[in-house]
Ligand binder design. Structure first.
Ligand SMILES: Nc1ncnc2c1ncn2[C@@H]1O[C@H](COP(=O)(O)OP(=O)(O)OP(=O)(O)O)[C@@H](O)[C@H]1O
Ligand SMILES: [Mg+2]
Length: 807
């Protein structure tokens, strides 16, 4: 049977724990996933169960269809891939720690059998069976990335310092933040950690980046090193460049960067998936991903570089997201020590603060774990809506946490001495949960993990886990795009003057990318605006395109099968060629103006026939992907829309069931008290109060925010007041009947609730959506050719004498 807590955006964290009686209660602690949009911190000493709790949150998120990005400085989160639905000793054997086995005087096989049994029992005690492990495996794709190493999936970090999204480029504050962030991360890698506002290195590098990004281009490290020596500008602010940062000293900086590029391990930073947040969140067929970035193999500087670069990327991604009230994704960081300190300002701090302040509106929940609360920036902490506090090491840690809690609970009642006592009594895996969205704090023990928590994995083990993923990995679109082919053409005489276009035909020169000597080849060039309309798909959009086709002096004068899509804007095109350039001759047909009228018609025809928009349509939701939106981005958007609808349905369900549930529970409580009285008077055995698991779940679900905690009021208070001595069997029987009847009513309510939940669940399951590819061709009247003429595209001669594109 599928467990009943498996529902509706509730995270099953564990069960309530009675600190005084030192006893686990049979009351589930469910956490409303929406609450995570105000972020959470997990604080506790080593061994208190922080990573265990973090993994619980990640498992719950994934089961609920939410993608997770997890930063794993210590290597424990890789355990998320150790899920064995059969719970068999053979499955555990390759992964148990042989040293632990030896310490226990067991063979690996014996120890594996013991661990498998431990997991089976542990899970069963927490109402979880093997099918839940399977469910977790089916729900998400789990990937281990190892930046700077080939053990897991590599991440390409330094191939290019790419410009951020348009959303960031167009927002001056965000752009500045991004420039400072990228520069600081890069410089931290070569040990320069100066103040971004004052350090010369920072200012120069961020200016160089900005210069490149403004032109819509990224900057490779090689290009950066060159342009540090030869910047494309002479002024920095009001200063003359040479005065501000003399060439001799710039050389020093470029040498340090060059040493980095030349270092043996460097190539590992260049390979693999680029940092592309949507791809870390969803696979191309829309499955949520858990992208685990494990960093234990890196030096401290490298770790800082990676974490800050990734976080900056997440900030940029976040800025391009639409607002939502639901949880869309989770960012978990397992050990945040050193990344968000109170006074120092490492490059990771700014993006973390930005996320904590702003990610809420975009539904990104940030969860940070640490064993050292004194190391955390106080202001950042006050942004967290959920606090999980485990056993703490020192008084100082406790005082610090109490200060923070007091701040976070500013407008609610907060009894410091009481919380102080609670915190002092917490044991392993037991957490004090303070959630600003809930009326009361909870004390709970974390549920048993579905994943086998065995501790950090070794490089070889990660390699084994990821080898299958590597084989089946589809290269990212950037890698699939064929590089523009080198052309070996002109063996013909080149000309030193641009051949003249026929009368009435305009000529455009495409600007070259760099300053090398340029050879221009002739093309037809056109700039078109194409409108696509499909009322059925709520689509009306205009796409702009600058397109060129080679002109050839063979039998076919225009090579329509070799289109070149240019990234330039019309305003980038030049009227004059580069000085000193050479030109291929113009084929005879291209020297006659009447050819162009013919070609112009063919150009429009080409657009009509070859430029259909291919989009994805989800009929159930009435959603269509946008042009330029990747499949991952679209499916993410769709599942977000669905999640919002589901959360709304859940709220309605709560509003509908809570009053009936509360009222029935109160009646039941009174009936049970009455029965108890009758039993006592009849000198019979005590009543067994059985809270069935089902109603406990319903209670935990409805108990959120709406119902006061009646179930917490235990039997007993009324017992002593029984005064009259009426020990009649009849009364006992009647009271018993009443209790039975009410229990039945509760059961029925539970059933009705289950059915509605099931309905909502299927209705809003992203996996059930039918996807349809649609093609929308433009009508010929919707193709507007803004200009059309002769275009000269720049090429560069390579060492082997062929020409390669320089545009
Ligand atoms: N939810 C859980 N289910 C099963 N075992 C758990 C769970 N949580 C913790 N444990 C066990 O407790 C041990 C310590 O827990 P955990 O690694 O989470 O502590 P921690 O607070 O992250 O410690 P550190 O600061 O050293 O990383 C784990 O190795 C594991 O054996
Ligand atoms: Mg840990």
């Amino acid at each position: 049977m599928e467990a009943r807590y498996e529902k509706l955006g509730q995270f099953y964290l564990g069960k309530k724990y009675d600190l005084e009686a030192r006893r686990l209660l049979d009351e589930l602690v469910l956490y409303d996933s929406k609450d995570l949009t105000t972020h959470a911190v997990i604080i506790g000493m080593t061994g208190s169960g922080k990573t265990g709790l973090g993994l619980v949150l990640i498992e719950e998120a994934l089961i609920d269809g939410l993608p997770v990005i997890a930063i794993d400085p210590k290597g424990d989160l890789t355990n998320l891939l150790l899920t064995f639905p059969k719970l068999s000793a053979e499955d555990f054997a390759p992964w148990v720690n042989p040293q632990e086995a030896a310490e226990k005087g067991m063979t690996v096989e014996q120890y594996a059998a013991e661990q498998a049994e431990l997991w089976r029992r542990g899970l069963a005690e927490w109402h979880q069976g093997p099918e839940r492990i399977q469910r977790l495996r089916d729900a998400a794709e789990m990937l281990i990335y190892t930046p700077g190493s080939q053990a897991g999936l590599p991440v390409s970090m330094l191939r290019e310092l790419s410009p951020p999204s348009q959303a960031v480029l167009q927002d001056p504050d965000a752009l500045r933040e991004r420039l400072v962030g990228t520069t600081a991360s890069l410089l931290s890698l070569i040990g320069i950690t100066g103040d971004p506002v004052r350090s010369r290195e920072h200012i120069l590098v961020s200016n160089l980046l900005q210069h490149s990004w403004n032109q819509g281009k990224g900057l490779t490290l090689a290009e950066l090193i060159r342009s540090i020596q030869k910047p494309p500008f002479q002024q920095v602010g009001v200063f003359d460049l040479e005065e501000f940062f003399p060439a001799r000293e710039r050389l020093e900086l470029s040498l340090r960067l060059n040493n980095l590029v030349a270092s043996p391990g460097f190539s590992a930073w260049m390979e693999g998936d680029p940092l592309n947040i949507p791809r870390f969140l969803y696979s191309s067929n829309g499955k949520p991903r858990a992208s685990i970035f494990t960093l234990s193999h890196l030096s401290e500087a490298e770790r800082m570089f990676f974490v800050s670069t990734l976080l900056n990327e997440v900030v940029s991604w976040m800025r391009s997201q639409p607002g939502t009230s639901s949880l869309v994704a989770m960012l978990y960081m397992d050990e945040v020590f050193g990344y968000l300190p109170p006074t120092a300002n490492p490059p990771s701090k700014m993006p973390l603060l930005t996320l904590l302040k702003q990610a809420r509106a975009m539904g990104l929940g940030v969860v940070l774990a640490t064993q050292n609360p004194v190391d955390l920036d106080y202001k950042a902490l006050s942004n967290a809506g959920t606090w999980f506090i485990g056993r703490l090491q020192t008084e100082r840690d406790k005082e610090r946490v109490l200060d923070g809690l007091e701040g976070a609970a500013a407008h609610a009642e907060f009894r410091r001495d009481q919380v102080d006592r609670i915190l002092s009594g917490l044991g392993k895996r037991i957490f004090y949960l303070h959630n600003v969205h809930e009326p009361q704090p909870d004390i709970f023990q974390t549920r048993w993990l579905l994943s086998y928590l065995r501790g950090p994995l070794l490089g070889d083990q990660i390699r084994t886990l990821m080898s299958r993923a590597k084989e089946s990995r589809v290269p990212p679109p950037e890698e699939q795009k064929p590089a523009p082919a080198a052309v070996s053409r002109p063996s013909v005489e080149l000309e030193t003057q641009a051949p003249l276009a026929p009368v009435g035909i305009r000529t455009y020169f495409v600007p070259p990318r760099s300053e090398a000597e340029v050879t221009y080849l002739p093309y037809l060039i056109g700039y078109a605006r194409v409108r696509y309309q499909s009322p059925r798909h709520h689509l009306d959009t205009v796409q702009e395109t600058l397109l060129a086709f080679p002109l050839d002096d063979g039998p076919v004068p225009v090579l329509w099968d070799q289109p070149v899509e240019l990234p330039h804007q019309p305003k980038d095109l030049l009227q004059e060629p580069e000085p000193g350039a050479s030109f291929a001759p113009l084929p005879p047909e291209a020297r006659r103006s009447d050819s162009y009228a013919k070609w112009q018609r063919a150009f429009s025809l080409y657009l009509g026939q070859n430029r259909a928009l291919e989009l994805t349509h989800l009929a159930d939701l009435g959603l269509t992907s946008k042009p330029g939106e990747s499949e991952e981005e679209f499916l993410a958007r769709a599942s977000q829309a669905m999640r919002e609808a589901r959360d709304e349905a859940v709220e309605k369900l709560r509003a509908k069931y809570a009053p009936r549930f509360t009222s029935l529970q109160q009646q039941l409580l009174r009936a049970e008290q009455a029965l108890q009285r009758e039993l006592e008077q009849a000198k019979m055995a005590k009543l067994q109060t059985a809270v069935s698991f089902g109603t406990a779940v319903l209670g935990a679900f409805l108990g959120k925010k709406k119902v006061s905690a009646t179930s917490a009021t235990r039997l007993g208070s009324a017992l002593g007041r029984a005064s009259r001595a009426r020990a009649e069997e009849m009364d006992v029987a009647r009271a018993q009947e009443r209790v039975e009847a009410l229990r039945q009513q509760l059961d029925q309510l539970q059933q009705a609730f289950d059915e509605e939940v099931q309905r909502i669940q299927t209705q809003y399951d992203a996996q059930n959506l039918r996807r349809e590819r649609i093609r929308i061709s433009p009508k010929s009247s919707d193709i507007l050719l803004d200009f059309f003429g002769l275009g000269w595209l720049p090429f560069r001669r390579t060492a082997t004498g062929t020409l390669e594109p320089a545009f």
